[in-house]
Design a protein around this ligand. Structure first.
Ligand code: AR6
Length: 168
């Protein structure tokens, strides 16, 4: 699998799937989530509401992933995952690693060969970027998957630099 890094906006990525750093409600929020729903249009939210009315009545638990249409985005699917909120006193890194593994598993189910990831949990959820980069890259590297490109899309230049040095 090729692991690539891009400094940019995940809503512009022409990969088969893009990953959303959602919250358990699946009903939208700020950050990546806000950008994906804004640019992707109402079809994504409509499908999220249907998921909430069926399999995910209690919401999507942290560490899990589920796919919807990508609506008006250039990708075919959005894979929604819920990262853990960072805690300085409790090690939640297994939950963060699970987000990446579960997204790749869902991508395999869809037949998606390329997946764009944001740095899950590093915004509102407060995870330090260097630690998040290490966990994300290790999880993706060690996953058993048919996905041939995992593209990390870093919104801020310093986030890109942190991922680039973690990749080396
Ligand atoms: N493309 C790529 N990365 C982005 C973009 C973008 N368009 N916008 C922000 N980032 P966050 P979280 C970066 O807060 O920490 C939402 O309200 C951002 O700089 O989006 O997992 C949800 O509904 C940061 O590095 O996700 C949840 O309630 C990274 O993406 C909560 O935030 C993740 O930041 C989830 O928090």
């Amino acid at each position: 699998m090729d692991i690539t890094l891009v400094h940019g906006d995940i809503t512009q990525q022409k990969t088969d799937a893009v990953v959303n750093a959602a919250n358990s409600s699946l009903l939208g929020g700020g950050g990546v989530d806000g950008a994906i729903h804004r640019r992707g249009g109402p079809e994504i939210l409509a499908e999220c509401r249907r998921l909430r009315a069926s399999h995910y009545g209690g919401g999507l638990p942290a560490g899990q992933a589920v796919a919807t249409t990508a609506g008006l985005l250039p990708a075919r699917w959005v894979i929604h995952t819920v990262g853990p909120v960072y805690s300085a006193t409790e090690d939640r890194s297994a939950v963060l690693a699970s987000c990446y593994r579960e997204c790749l598993r869902v991508a395999d189910d869809l037949g998606a060969a390329s997946v764009a990831f944001p740095a899950v949990s590093t915004g509102v959820y407060g995870w330090p970027m260097d630690d998040a980069a290490r966990i994300a890259l290790a999880a993706v590297r060690s996953a058993s998957t048919r996905v041939s490109e995992a593209r990390f899309v870093l919104f801020a230049r310093d986030a890109y630099d942190v991922f680039a040095s973690a990749l080396r």
